[in-house]
Design a protein around this ligand. Structure first.
Ligand SMILES: [Zn+2]
Length: 499
């Protein structure tokens, strides 16, 4: 683990964003080698309402906890990297957090944090944080060009076809989890309006449906879409999505080329940026570039199929296995170590033909997947060896990680001399933050959209291991969502993805 003295100043860090589990800070200090890095810190529940402290998750042996935390970085790179492919997974470098630094940092960031996220704070008990590459930008800046990044939280990309599904939950075969969950979110006040987005369309691989899903995300982004320009988060709207690409090459460019001039004049001709959407020959829209990237890249297909294959038993059966194991050993079920997760992923890969998984049509994939399990719903699952019961709970937890991750697509206009290349090429950049530490690297691809060349990279982030003890919570949540959906909407809407 690295101790990097240049990092430990509060004024070198700026609030970037946060989810439920982690908070991300952006480096703004003077040392150029950190300029493209962010610091990821774990969050914890606050101890009490008076705001005097936080309840850390670190209550046991410090050495063990630190060892586990450092290993967390291997979970993303090794375990998820094995499943998704190393190039798609963000690298994390564990850095020590000296006493005092974290509490000062927490205090300094508090005013920048959104009210809705403040029920949790930075976990003051953590002694290790993670340095990651700031994937909202490219390692090497390009003069006159903006780096545009879109972060998508795609959620569950499949309709379950599990033979293990309970009869009264048949609706899960037709309505996706995200669409059903929307109704529950309205009920609890978590959201004010239903999202128009359906993940089944985004994961479809069909250009028109992907484009439609992206447009829906732009209209109702909730927490599923974020936009960054040069590392700074921007509000999401049709206007902002249209403008950032249109303006990306005109702001600071010293020698605007002919193409840029032409683009600019096209832009000025209309007062309303939405007019351009109807004009097929108009400037390239950001969502058009995104659509082509998402259709071309294997990431979404791989993610969706892995989510489904690793959730073959459905939460109901996984919870049954969990209960059997608890009954045999009433004490507790130990949380999987990174090594055990790695074994689980390896065993899954051994029984799965990944090439076939990527190319098979949906029905063949589902048939192969079910056959690969080696047992059926009619079998007495309690008779399965305990090691196998454990294995399938862990597979489910891996699926849970993949259902909760985000995808960051970073785009820039390609004005380099290589921009004329018509074949896809990969340009790699590296960044060394500390002597002896692993290097950060990024793999960039070229793509041509409407006669214009772009460079992009696509990265999967927020890949945290999920906990065994969460299985009862997953079951409860699943039932609540399904019950509420059936009670309020019923089984009358069109099947997700059937449009
Ligand atoms: Zn849906």
């Amino acid at each position: 683990m690295a101790t990097i003295l240049e990092l430990y100043r509060v004024d070198y860090w700026k609030y970037r964003a946060e989810g439920n589990a982690n908070i991300v800070l952006q480096y703004i200090g003077p040392h150029s080698r950190f300029r493209n890095t962010v610091l990821r810190l774990r969050k914890a529940d606050r101890l009490n309402d008076s705001g005097t402290g936080w309840e850390g998750t670190n209550s046991g042996d410090d050495t063990i906890t630190m060892k586990n935390l450092t290993k967390e970085s291997y979970f993303a790179t090794e375990v998820i990297g094995l499943l998704l492919g190393q190039d798609f997974v963000e690298q994390l470098i564990a850095v020590a957090l000296p006493p005092g630094f974290l509490s000062s940092l927490a205090l300094a960031m508090e005013p920048s944090r959104p009210e809705s996220r403040r029920q949790k704070g930075i976990d003051l008990a953590q002694s290790v944080g993670f340095l990651a590459l700031d994937h909202t930008r490219f390692i090497k800046p390009s003069p006159g060009q903006s780096d545009i990044a879109v972060e998508i939280k795609p959620k569950w990309g499949f309709l379950t076809k599990s033979a293990f599904l309970r009869k009264d939950q048949d609706i899960k075969r037709r309505k996706c989890r995200f669409c059903m969950y929307q109704h529950q979110k309205i009920k609890t006040g978590q959201e004010g309006t239903l999202s128009k987005y359906c993940p089944i369309d985004l994961f479809s691989g069909t250009e028109l449906l992907v484009q439609d899903a992206l447009d829906s995300l732009v209209d109702t982004p909730q927490n599923n879409l974020r936009l960054f320009v040069n590392g700074i988060q921007q509000p999401v709207s049709r206007e902002s999505m249209a403008q950032c690409l249109s303006e990306s090459s005109t702001s600071t460019s010293t020698q605007p080329d002919e193409q840029q001039q032409r683009r600019k004049s096209q832009w000025i001709e209309s007062d309303n940026p939405l007019d351009h959407e109807k004009d097929a020959s108009g400037p390239v829209r950001l969502t058009e570039v995104l659509t082509q990237i998402l259709v071309e890249s294997p990431l979404l297909r791989r993610l969706g199929r892995l989510q489904q294959a690793l959730d073959s038993l459905d939460v109901e059966t996984v919870h049954r296995l969990y209960t059997y194991l608890l009954e045999h050993d009433s004490a507790h079920l130990p949380e999987p170590t990174v090594e055990e997760f790695l074994e689980t992923a390896q065993a899954f890969m051994d029984r799965t033909d990944m090439n076939a998984m990527m190319t098979e049509d949906q029905e063949t994939f589902e048939t192969h997947n079910a056959a690969g399990l080696g047992f059926e719903p009619e079998d007495d699952l309690e008779e399965l060896p305990e090691s196998l019961q454990l294995h399938f709970i862990r597979e489910f937890l891996l699926s849970a990680t993949l259902k909760d991750c985000s995808i960051l697509v970073t785009i820039r206009r390609d004005t380099s001399s290589a921009a004329v290349a018509t074949t896809a090429s990969i340009i790699s950049s590296r960044l060394e933050v500390d002597e002896g530490s692993p290097e950060f690297h990024e793999a960039c691809h070229q793509i041509k959209v409407k006669e214009e060349m772009f460079v992009y990279k696509i990265t999967c982030i927020d890949l945290d291991p999920k906990k065994m003890t969460s299985v009862p919570m997953y079951l409860k949540k699943d039932r609540t969502i399904v019950d509420h959906y059936l009670a309020t909407v019923g089984d009358r809407e069109a099947t997700c993805g059937a449009n």
